[in-house]
Design a protein around this ligand. Structure first.
Ligand code: KG4
Ligand code: ZN
Length: 337
């Protein structure tokens, strides 16, 4: 089955075609980062308008690049949530309409399920069951995954998501949007012995997270110091290390608690090199294996939506013409495949 995937939940238009027999056939991405950078964050109305302009041309581009025609597409998958409703409605409206016009089924995909399944696009995909650490701009969750659609939430952030904490702290440090990659680059110049930030909620049992205090800790440190470039880099590093160590401690705990020996990491923050290296070390010590998506599929993309949608279309899941989008959508509501 060949599925066209459409992702428009936030600030990237992602299009891909996934084939259940031959894997990923093609994909393209248009990032709105440059447009939103001027405002220091995503402006929802501008995001929607840009998706309107980019989605169809990008679909044409992927069809051209793969040498496929609309007749070759057996189903359409679009992100229906969670995300910015206006932005979601663009992809959902276009996706549902194309499926109707082409007389093929459509399916609504959960954005975080897309992230969670992204490591399956790699050459050595993880087998079920596994623990998933989902770390994006909007979510930080530890999930026990039995199979596709069988998700048990083990813990999540009680306030800011990890990516959001990166973005907000980066802003305090005078870095542009999106802050995660910029902060990570600045941290490379940091002195690891200068500051030690707390590891929130690691001194009590449980798998929930809280990252908003780290941003305040960074702000207080900035107020207490003379802020030259070196000090800012030292703060960036102390913040990054604190987030990474906190995530590592909780991942180790989740593996122990579930007795599982596979960990997958996905979502924008899984592109962070320090996090990838640290979790590889943790898993080696725990005799567990760790799986990541390739870097370009850590952040938002159409490939993960085409893949997740294909799995659901293949078991007969269908979205009627009465489609809707959801700003919030607990992943546990999804049906097992
Ligand atoms: O998954 P994603 O593309 O969008 C959402 O679904 O939210 O994640 C975006 C988030 C942003 O907060 C961004 O700052 C963060 O991922 N991010 C990073 C890195 N690359 C992206 N955070 C830390 N280090 C990175 N290298
Ligand atoms: Zn995302």
């Amino acid at each position: 089955m060949r599925v066209l995937g459409i992702e428009t939940s936030c600030d990237e238009t992602g299009i891909a075609i996934y084939d259940s027999e031959n894997g990923l056939l093609g994909h393209a991405l248009h990032s709105q980062v440059a447009m939103h950078a001027e405002y220091g964050g995503v402006v929802p109305e501008l995001a929607s308008r840009d998706h309107v302009q980019k989605t169809l041309p990008l679909i044409r581009q992927v069809l051209d690049e793969t040498g496929l025609k609309s007749d070759d597409i057996d189903g359409v998958a679009y992100t229906a949530g969670p995300g910015l409703v206006g932005a979601l409605m663009v992809g959902a409206g276009i996706g549902r309409s194309l499926a109707y016009a082409w007389d093929v089924p459509a399916v609504a995909v959960h954005h975080m399920e897309g992230h969670l399944l992204a490591p399956m696009l790699e050459d050595e995909p993880p087998e079920f069951p596994f623990v998933a650490l989902l770390v994006s701009g909007g979510h930080t969750q530890l999930v026990k995954v039995g199979s596709i659609g069988q998700y048990e939430l083990l813990g999540e952030s009680l306030d800011d998501a990890a990516g959001e904490a990166f973005d907000k702290t980066a802003k305090l440090l005078g870095l542009g949007y999106p802050g995660g990659p910029a902060l990570a680059r600045m941290a490379e110049q940091g002195n690891p012995d200068r500051f030690r930030f707390p590891r929130p909620m690691t001194d009590r049992p449980g798998l929930d997270f809280s990252f908003s205090g780290l941003k305040t800790f960074a702000l207080n440190t900035m107020h207490a110091e003379y802020l030259d470039d070196q000090t800012r880099a030292d703060i960036a590093l102390a913040f990054e290390v604190a987030v990474v160590e906190t995530l590592a401690i909780k991942c180790k705990r989740a593996l122990k608690q579930t007795g599982l020996s596979r960990l997958i990491i996905a979502g924008g923050v899984s592109a962070n090199q320090r996090l990838r290296t640290r979790l590889a070390e943790v898993c080696e010590k725990e005799n567990a294996s760790v799986y990541y998506p390739r870097l370009q599929f850590c952040t938002d993309n159409g490939a993960m939506i085409a893949f997740a949608g294909c799995q659901r279309l293949m078991v007969g899941e269908r979205q009627g013409l009465d489609f809707s989008t959801r700003a919030r959508w607990p992943m546990e509501e999804l049906a097992a495949v």
